[in-house]
Design a protein around this ligand. Structure first.
Ligand code: ADP
Ligand code: MG
Length: 327
């Protein structure tokens, strides 16, 4: 039984000639959820999103929305809408006409499409700018027009490809708050592609980590961050050490590594570098096997017993904080 509005990828593959951009991925996106598709450049995120939207054909596999196979449907008949990275606004149309564009294509009469466009402009707080042209707007305002234009089709799933990348850092943080709020208000699914782990952590209920055309790990944001399953996920999410112990390879958060004087029961280490980071101090040390371990120590705690490069120290951690890696 499929729940209404859930989106499922069944062994979806995308090939461009001999390039395998997406390799037989399976995933069920939860309804009414903010999901981030996260991974480095070239790993297949945009190809996946474009196949869901219908802007790119599926080479193999199928895409189900609310239990219905939409793989062969044109974009406008899928129940999805896409917001593009460059916004793709029509320069010669007013903000209101840009937002109302897809309704015009559907033959909706002027009065009705303006009424709906006005509702959407209200939703993204652009009512006062409805008569302007795109070039008369800031980047953040253009982005909200693009958002309203995508939402006017009342999609079940909104697809966003790196929607914040063109904004300056300050605006990016403000806009991500607005996106998150909007998703909760609308109660639909957002699937947001990003290569930034901080952006994914800030926004996502669920994170799908892609690498090299496959899904490495998917789950609740906190689970993916706290318990990475592979070396790639641990390193890409950041904030983790990957260390080899006799039992295998493990990830441990840098803030879960504690420092003492070398004593029984601690792991011998020698400090190699100390970096002050404001709220924390990052202390790098070398353990057996020439492995480096980072410990992130709250700054007040660090300065009660500061350590310096060359000092012998003891490292310890709670065994429950060690996560065994499968690859
Ligand atoms: P991402 O969005 O994660 O950066 P893409 O899905 O854009 O990754 O690309 C995945 C792979 O597919 C890359 O190797 C890229 O070069 C290739 N690719 C993407 N689009 C095309 C295309 N239209 N034609 C040929 N190769 C493509
Ligand atoms: Mg991309």
């Amino acid at each position: 039984m499929s729940t209404k509005h859930d989106l499922e990828l069944l062994s979806v593959t995308k090939r461009y000639g001999s390039t395998v951009a997406v390799d037989a991925i399976n995933h069920k996106f939860q309804p009414a959820t903010y999901t981030c598709l996260l991974g480095p450049s070239g790993c297949g995120k945009s190809s996946t999103l474009r196949m869901i939207a219908g802007h790119e054909s599926v080479t193999e596999g199928s895409i189900l929305l609310s239990g219905r196979d939409v793989s062969a449907l044109p974009p406008a008949n899928r129940g999805t809408a896409m917001m593009f990275q460059n916004y793709a606004l029509f320069p010669h149309l007013s903000v209101r006409d840009n937002v109302a564009f897809s309704l015009k294509m559907k033959g909706v009469d002027t009065k009705e499409r303006y009424a709906t466009a006005n509702e959407m402009l209200e939703l993204v707080d652009l009512t006062d700018l409805a008569d302007r042209l795109p070039e008369q707007l800031s980047g953040g305002q253009q982005q909200r027009v693009a958002l309203a234009r995508a939402l006017i089709t009342r999609p079940e799933v909104l697809l966003l490809d790196e929607p914040l990348s063109a904004l300056d850092p300050f605006l990016r943080i403000r806009m991500r708050g607005e996106l998150k709020k909007l998703q909760k208000e609308l109660g639909i699914s957002f699937i947001h592609v990003t290569h930034g782990q901080d952006e994914a952590l800030a926004l996502a209920d669920e994170i799908v980590v892609m690498n090299d055309a496959v899904i490495e790990q998917a789950g609740a944001a906190r689970d993916v961050f706290n318990a990475p399953k592979t070396r790639f996920v641990a390193q890409f999410m950041g904030g983790h050490n990957v260390i080899a112990l006799p039992e295998g390879h493990f990830a441990i958060r840098t803030d879960a590594v504690a420092i003492t004087a070398p004593t029984k029961g601690t792991m011998d280490a020698q400090v190699t570098a100390v970096e002050y980071q404001g709220t924390h101090v990052s202390l790098l040390s070398r353990i057996a096997g020439d492995q480096e371990v980072t410990a992130l120590v709250p700054e007040a705690q660090y300065f009660t017993t500061p350590h310096h490069p060359g000092d012998q120290i003891g490292l310890h951690w709670d065994a429950t904080n060690l996560h065994q890696l499968t690859a």
